[in-house]
Design a binder for this molecule. Structure first.
Ligand code: DGP
Length: 143
């Protein structure tokens, strides 16, 4: 399985860096984004390192997006936002800052603009772990 030693998401997947995990299986790992651009902001990544969607093997698209949909439904039920953005940035010009392909599940509030890297969204690890546990429980109910 390929990993990149300097990649923070590879380190999270390997449990070598801390993260508030929401879900994991043989193909994908999901964890809370830091900072949280909104409460319930989750990132879904393939276990293997691919920088952008252009390198992602097609057979990983279904596990990655299938998990994203399940997590989006669970977060939607738990956080009851006005709307929900699913986003995936490729390349610096598109706003990508971590070069390990990932999908954002981002709850939205009517009239509120979001900044994915907004430092105002920082929360403590305990609070993030609690929220991740609530999302995991909601995900189990999704089946
Ligand atoms: P993008 O701009 O699309 O590459 O989004 C990168 C996301 O990754 C953004 O939501 C912030 C998040 N992020 C960056 N570094 C870390 C980290 O060390 N831990 C966690 N949990 N999230 C991170």
């Amino acid at each position: 399985m390929s990993a990149s030693p300097d990649c923070i998401f590879c380190r999270i997947v390997a449990r070598a860096a801390p993260a508030s995990l929401v879900y994991q299986d043989a193909h994908v790992v999901a964890f809370l984004a830091v900072p949280q651009a909104a409460r319930g902001h989750v990132l879904i990544v393939p276990r293997e390192h691919y920088a952008t969607c252009f390198e992602l093997p097609p057979e990983l698209a279904a596990p990655l997006f299938g998990t994203t949909l399940r997590i989006a439904r669970a977060v939607h039920r738990l956080c009851q936002p006005d709307g929900m953005t699913l986003a995936q940035n490729n390349g610096r010009a598109a706003g990508q800052s971590v070069f390990h392909v990932h999908i954002h599940v981002l709850p939205r509030t009517e009239g509120v603009r979001v900044n994915l890297h907004d430092p105002k969204g920082r929360s403590g690890r305990g609070e993030l772990d609690r929220l991740a546990g609530e999302i995991s429980a909601a995900l189990e109910q999704e089946g």
